[in-house]
Design a protein around this ligand. Structure first.
Ligand SMILES: Nc1ncnc2c1ncn2[C@@H]1O[C@H](COP(=O)(O)OP(=O)(O)OP(=O)(O)O)[C@@H](O)[C@H]1O
Length: 243
């Protein structure tokens, strides 16, 4: 039997200052699914996704394609789950785009032509091949976002996790990123406040509030439930229609 891409059971987490952010989250994502994680500010969304590759470790169970997320498995877990952080500057620190994209796969042992091919492919996937020799510092915000995605894709993760991928993108860059993501055909978990983006990209959504999952179902159904959205401080953009 194929294991789920992600399995989270009864996950609870308190930050070192004692603030309890997760109170027992259950989530199962099958391979190939694209799932949006929705919820108001402070709901626990980022805390949840930081458990998916062991940046944080709480109580309960987290498995990635059948592999428990724990200290011993961390290297393989990080290969299987790639997180694209909200701020690309957290991910880009090398002199050139190419070096940044090569960093991850080189760390996983790739060398020579194999490494070059991986880097070229990841940059092609995000439409940034022509910028390979530029400094990430000299790129626009949208371009940096794409390179950050390429740094993760270059590691060929089984599961792609995106934290607010459309934040601060101009409409065209937002649309182009959507096209890139739809073309990848990879298991994807996407934290977002951009409800139309969730609808466009993710057939399923999970609504997190107060550190628990309060709804889980087809994105269209969740977004059509005005009472549910209002109870959890979510709003569709003015004039947006769910046809
Ligand atoms: N480093 C930290 N130390 C203590 N508490 C934290 C820390 N980071 C987050 N929290 C708290 O944990 C809770 C969940 O935060 P989290 O960042 O996961 O929310 P979120 O749903 O991603 O919110 P947003 O939509 O605002 O990004 C919040 O109450 C937040 O204040």
């Amino acid at each position: 039997m194929t294991p789920p891409a992600l399995l989270v059971e009864r996950l609870a987490y308190a930050y070192p200052d004692g603030h309890q952010a997760l109170f027992g989250v259950d989530l199962r994502v099958e391979q190939g699914e694209r799932v949006a994680v929705l919820g108001p500010n402070g709901a626990g969304k980022t805390t949840l996704v930081l458990h998916l590759n062991g940046v944080l470790t709480g109580q309960g169970k987290v498995e990635v394609t059948g592999l428990p997320v724990n200290k011993q498995n961390m290297k393989e877990v990080r290969r299987r789950v790639g997180i694209v952080f909200q701020d690309p500057d957290d991910q880009l620190f090398m002199p050139t785009v190419r070096d940044d994209v090569a960093f991850g796969p080189a760390n996983f042992g790739l060398r020579g032509p194999e490494l070059d091919a991986r880097v070229t492919r990841a940059l092609d996937d995000v439409g940034m091949a022509e910028h390979a020799d530029r400094s990430p510092l000299h790129l626009s915000g949208g371009q940096r976002r794409r390179v950050a995605l390429a740094t993760v894709l270059a590691c060929d993760p089984d599961v792609l996790v995106l934290d607010e991928p459309s934040a601060n993108l101009e409409p065209r860059a937002r649309r182009e990123l959507a096209e890139v993501l739809l073309g990848l055909g990879r298991t994807t978990v996407m934290v977002t406040h951009d409800l139309p983006y969730a609808l466009q990209l993710c057939p399923r959504s999970v609504l997190v509030d107060g550190g628990v999952v309060v709804a889980d179902g087809p994105t269209r159904e969740l977004l059509a439930d005005g009472d549910l959205l209002a109870r959890h401080r979510l709003e569709l953009p003015f004039g947006f229609r769910l046809d």
